[in-house]
Write a protein that binds this ligand. Structure first.
Ligand code: 26V
Length: 816
């Protein structure tokens, strides 16, 4: 982004050479790619460490209020290039590598993605840390150091195969173990209560102990004075090997203790299809929350002495309900360990916690079996019972004896402990992640609570960090935009809008379009190297990449491709400019329907890609192992961004924002943040189709959706659906797609398809023809539209999102 000084480059080379010799005992000539990666990363790390330590001290000294951003997932991806961008050293390092005759991209490929998350929720947490650091707001991200992250995906014979993600195997240069900060977390056992001179004493007896060891990772932010810390907890047993038991011959018990402990941080749960009440998952969440709250209290006591002032110095954001147990855990610490009374403790707790909801799907709302919970966390259970009782009493003063409402809102019901209800009962603020999602929370999911506490509820639209999703993923476009604005766009997202007038500048548009073309070539090379697939970089790149879920409707896209194929068979001129349909998606391992849709995509690929009649017209590509790093490559190459969720079901979406920023045009429903993209760019710069939330709700309420009618009345739809069950489509193994066919036409459990796929299909097909026509016949206008999208994407930078959280919820002061 700036002229590179050659001294700086020389210094970098010397540093790397020294690192190679001093820590790896090798020279540049003999070093492997992994050696070079480690040496260079080590150099970057050295630069970071001093600044990081410095800023931690500053935060302590100034007594600034600090945010604990608690999340079971942090989907960080790679750190190497990102840290270089943020340190302003990216170009220098690239040049240094060039001078050494080493391919920079090959070296950065040595780093494993930190895949400690499933999708949107985990990636949002990662973007937030980058923005918090950039804005100099003091934060500690608190999560779990899963030994195995999200599985790696292989596609074999069209089927998803999961492979373990052993991301720590070769070590992790970015983390620092802090054993001196370890704390104990207690499970199981029983509670004894006895009266003493100081009142009622609670004693937890006969518990299992797990040691929580923190590993800290710096998140440096762009030209920041206050790097953030991501603290990831790892579980250990108290005695790594208990010699006493060994000598006594009872070493089975010792081994069992070790297994009990170490399995807790072993693996990230890969399910996002439905909430599973697994005991191990509950252990993970208590482990995270207990360790975090213990250290937060200890830290405050050491610095300030008086715990009553905790809310002035600490605020906690709970990312979805997974870390909810932080609430009763803090109550426990304050009452049982610090001698607070209930009201005193509750007063503190109710000021500190805030909750972000990320989905309204009922299968996703976290509930725990009461009996299991009681056994694993007896004291926390008692506290939740009291919270529930007091809360229900409060509700009764408002709702009288409307026991139906109270049963719906209570924290405990039907032998289940409901985490969302616990959050909305206690938290100071509850937010949705887009305007539409915020409205749905108020009007539907939390309606009765909203009536009682309207001031609690708000919407804050998600965002993405443009350091990673623009500067790093699309360096040329970033340079082009930067060269047309005054000021540093990586610090000031409002500058995006300054390029709006350039939509009418022919020379600018030409360059803009050329960069898209180059990105497509880059992706074509990638996919040929990785999967041996040749794609035509002059085709339209039509991309749908995100987790595989019925509500996201990859199936709708499949039906559309079948339609295009069938039209082409009738009329070879139906497509003149070729189209490459690109998918990337992981399915939860236990989600059979989702895995079936992956098979279907690959079957359609076999049918289409193997048919000489449509060769050079359309192609279907399934990109393996969709992940942060793959997204960085794929999104800048996309022309069309597919955002097809059934209206009302995608809380926000963040992929949609990444595509828009990188100049892909959205083809989507009025759902989540698509609505806000639509409002910002205007209807003329986006392609919208399908039923609105109100239409969907009406069809549900009045039972008016009948897929059979769509099927009967529309011969094209009939042909498309029949393709799933007739002989045309190559099968993967012996499987057929009659199950998918049935679900589209007859739904399940006597309800028509709850995702309204066939309902929206005609409207999708119609809108797609407009998309295609625009790209092919009015290409100049297309590029103009893309420029408008990039120009308007500044709003979706997570710096804006974080500023909103800070103004409305956290009230942190920047530390410089
Ligand atoms: C889990 C489940 C389980 C049951 C069935 C439905 C369902 C749907 C989603 C999930 C994942 C947990 C929540 C989550 O990741 N939500 C995503 O959060 C993103 C960041 O706010 C947001 O952009 C996505 O729209 C939202 O799906």
């Amino acid at each position: 982004m700036k002229a590179v000084s050659s001294n700086k480059v020389k210094d970098i080379i010397t540093k790397i050479e020294n690192k190679l010799i001093n820590t790896l005992g090798t020279t540049l000539e003999d070093a492997t790619n992994d050696d070079i990666y480690k040496a260079a990363a080590g150099c970057i790390r050295d630069d970071i460490m001093a600044k990081w330590a410095d800023s931690r001290k500053k935060v302590e000294d100034t007594g600034a209020k600090k945010l604990y951003y608690m999340s079971a997932e942090f989907l960080m991806g790679r750190a190497f290039s990102n840290n270089l961008i943020n340190a302003g050293l990216y170009d220098d390092y690239r040049q240094a590598f060039e001078r050494m005759g080493i391919d920079f991209d090959v070296i950065t490929d040595e780093e494993q993605d930190a895949g400690l998350g499933n999708g949107g929720l985990g990636r949002l947490a990662a973007c937030f840390l980058d923005s918090l650091a950039t804005l100099d707001l003091p934060v500690m991200g608190c999560g779990i150091r899963y030994e195995f992250g999200l599985f790696k995906q292989k596609i074999i014979d069209g089927t998803q195969i999961e492979v373990e993600d052993d991301w720590l195997r070769d070590g992790n240069v970015w983390e620092v173990e802090r054993p001196e900060l370890s704390v104990e977390v207690h499970f199981n056992g029983y509670i004894e209560e006895h009266w003493t001179d100081e009142g009622l004493k609670i004693e937890h007896k006969d518990y299992n102990t797990v040691v929580a060891v923190p590993y800290d990772v710096p998140v440096i932010g762009y030209k920041s004075h206050t790097p953030a810390t991501l603290r990831l907890w790892s579980a250990r047993s108290k005695q790594r090997f208990d010699f006493h038991s060994f000598n006594e011959g009872i070493y089975e018990k010792a081994m069992a203790d070790q297994a009990f402990a170490e399995v807790i941080s072993k693996v990230l749960y890969p399910a996002d299809d439905h909430m599973q009440g697994k005991m191990l998952r509950l252990k993970q969440f208590y482990f995270l929350t207990s360790a975090t709250m213990q250290l937060a209290v200890k830290n405050h006591k050491e610095r300030r002495g008086d715990l009553h002032t905790l809310p002035d110095y600490a605020v906690v954001q709970i990312n979805d309900t997974h870390p909810t147990l932080a609430i009763p855990e803090l109550m426990r610490i304050l009452m049982d360990e610090e001698g607070f009374g209930w009201d005193e403790a509750y007063d503190i707790v109710s000021k500190i916690f805030n909750y972000t909801n990320h989905t309204i799907m009922s299968e996703a709302l976290e509930c725990w079996d009461e009996n299991m919970f009681k056994l694993l966390l007896p004291r926390i259970y008692q506290i939740i019972c009291v919270l529930n009782e007091k809360y229900c009493n409060k509700l009764r003063t408002y709702y009288g004896n409307d026991e139906g409402k109270i049963a719906y809102m209570s924290i405990i019901g039907n032998n289940q402990i409901r985490m969302a209800n616990l959050c909305i009962a206690v938290c100071r603020r509850v937010n949705g992640v887009s305007q539409l999602h915020g409205d749905i929370l108020k009007e539907q999911l939390f309606h009765d609570s909203y009536n009682l506490y309207p001031q609690k509820y708000l919407a804050i639209t998600n965002g993405i960090t443009h350091r990673r999703w623009f500067a790093l993923a699309n360096p040329e476009l970033c340079k082009l935009v930067q060269s047309h604005v005054k000021g540093d766009i990586l610090k000031d997202y409002t500058l995006f809008e300054k390029i709006l007038p350039l939509k009418d500048d022919k020379a600018f548009c030409k360059k803009y379009d050329q960069i898209k073309q180059d990105n497509k070539v880059r992706f074509a090379k990638y996919i040929e190297k990785k999967q041996g697939i040749k794609v035509n970089p002059n085709s339209i790149f039509d991309v749908q990449c995100k987790r595989l879920h019925e509500y996201k409707r990859q199936l709708l896209k499949c039906l559309h491709i079948i339609y295009v194929y069938q039209q082409l068979k009738k009329n070879p001129d139906y497509v003149t400019t070729p189209i490459t349909f690109i998918f990337g998606a992981k399915a939860a391992p236990g989600y059979a329907r989702a895995k079936d849709i992956i098979r279907l995509i690959n079957s359609i690929g076999d049918m289409v890609n193997g048919d000489p009649d449509v060769k050079d017209k359309i192609q279907v590509v399934f990109v393996e192992n969709y992940s942060v790093s793959v997204a960085e490559m794929l999104i800048p190459a996309a022309d069309i961004s597919e955002q097809l969720s059934t209206a009302g079901l995608e809380a926000s979406g963040t992929g949609n924002m990444k595509f828009m920023m990188n100049g892909a045009l959205t083809l989507g429903t009025m759902d989540g943040a698509n609505v806000e993209i639509h409002d910002l760019v205007g209807p003329e710069n986006i392609f919208i189709f399908g039923a609105t939330v109100d239409e969907i709700n009406n069809m549900k309420r009045y039972h008016t959706y009948n897929p059979g009618t769509v099927f009967e009345e529309n011969p094209n739809i009939r042909d498309i659906c029949n393709c799933l069950i007739d002989g045309e489509l190559p099968r993967v193994g012996k499987r057929k797609y009659s199950d998918l066919y049935q679900s589209l036409l007859f739904g399940e459990y006597g309800q028509p398809d709850q995702y309204f796929v066939l309902y929206d299909l005609p409207s999708y097909i119609e809108e797609y023809e407009k998309v295609y026509d625009k790209y092919v016949n009015h290409h100049d206008e297309w590029v103009k539209m893309a420029v408008v999208n990039t120009a308007k994407s500044g709003f979706f930078c997570s710096d804006r999102t974080i500023k909103e959280y800070n103004e409305k919820i956290w009230n942190l002061k920047p530390v410089k």
